[in-house]
Ligand binder design. Structure first.
Ligand code: NAD
Length: 292
């Protein structure tokens, strides 16, 4: 593998750095305030991938001294019962961040439930009020994965102003908020999606290319401008010829790493940054309350 270390945007290392910083801040504030910040992750059912994500988030809380109020709820929970859980967490003064682990079972209406989270505790930054603040460039809780991408670019001093950025994928979770965040940084942003014509040509224009699609190795070397910065948000589990399962991104690492100036890996790139931003958001909400 042509994995030239200095070309890698190391999300795992930056996530650790952010977590160490938060740990120090929490150790300083906890004795003064009388409690640490608290994050509640609500998981419904037994989706194995979700269980791994939730465990990682809980472990990260433990590592930095953040209280974790996770709840594992049965797959057949009703909409009303889950809404009541959210309402209780909204009222709980020890809880600063609330996250509903998606996807939810089909009988639950995730959008309505996300709207019921107190916007000041919306650790995932997906409440319409927080998305609206992003549109207006007002301070507020930002969606974790796109915020993690921006943080990673900033850590490596990658210039964004005036640069052509192409974001592939327009989901409310990643693509749309990321396009807005890049715009906030004065990039010239193009959003590509499943109906985009000539995707390869659109991508070839990009100084910064972000893939958030969910299609294994969609972006290949021939689609990338020499020297571009390539960020791979995708997480796809595939089976190789021997039947072994492994994770790959939306970017074909071997061909693209030959051409890009900087690139992320999967795993170890954007994934750990999402967790770091979740903790940062919860800490931010905690600090907002302290100044009231
Ligand atoms: P989604 O399914 O909601 O959205 C996918 C987007 O890709 C859509 O907007 C669609 O228009 C676009 N798309 C689909 N096929 C396309 C094609 N052939 N060409 C161009 N665009 C196409 O997915 P999502 O929630 O945005 O997640 C995208 C990927 O990112 C998934 O692999 C997901 O697992 C991963 N993800 C990773 C993290 C992380 O922390 N690293 C967080 C969230 C999502």
């Amino acid at each position: 593998m042509n994995q030239n270390q200095h070309f890698i945007l190391d999300g795992k290392a930056l996530s650790r750095k952010i977590q160490n910083h938060l740990k120090e801040k929490i150790a300083e504030f906890d004795p003064k305030i009388g409690r640490p910040p608290g994050l509640a992750v609500l998981m419904v059912g037994d989706n194995p991938a979700s269980a791994v994500y939730v465990r990682n988030k809980e472990k990260a809380c433990q590592r930095i001294g953040m209280a974790s109020f996770g709840k594992h709820l049965p797959a057949n929970i009703t909409q009303a019962a889950l809404a009541a859980e959210i309402s209780a967490l909204n009222q709980d003064s020890n809880v600063d961040g609330i996250l509903i682990q998606l996807p939810l079972p089909n009988h639950l209406d995730a959008v309505t439930l996300l709207h019921q989270i107190d916007p000041d505790k919306d650790a995932d930054g997906l409440h319409p009020l927080n998305l609206g603040k992003l549109v207006r460039s007002e301070p507020g809780l930002r969606s974790c994965t796109p915020a993690g991408v921006i943080k990673l670019l900033e850590e490596y001093d990658i210039p964004l102003e005036g640069k052509k950025a192409v974001v592939i994928g327009r989901s409310i979770l990643v693509g749309k908020p990321l396009a807005l965040m890049l715009l906030e940084k004065n990039a010239t942003v193009t959003m590509a999606h499943s109906r985009t014509h000539n995707l390869a040509e659109v991508c070839q224009e990009a100084d910064i290319l972000v893939a958030a699609v969910g299609k294994p190795e969609l972006v290949t070397g021939s689609m990338v401008k020499p020297g571009a910065v390539v960020i791979d948000v995708g997480i796809n589990r595939i089976k190789d010829q021997e039947g072994n399962s492994r994770l790959v991104g939306d970017v074909e690492f071997d061909s693209v790493s030959q051409i890009a100036s900087y690139i992320t890996t999967v795993p170890g790139g954007v994934g750990p940054m999402t967790v770091a931003m979740l903790l940062s958001n919860t800490y931010w909400s905690y600090c907002q309350k302290l100044t009231l």
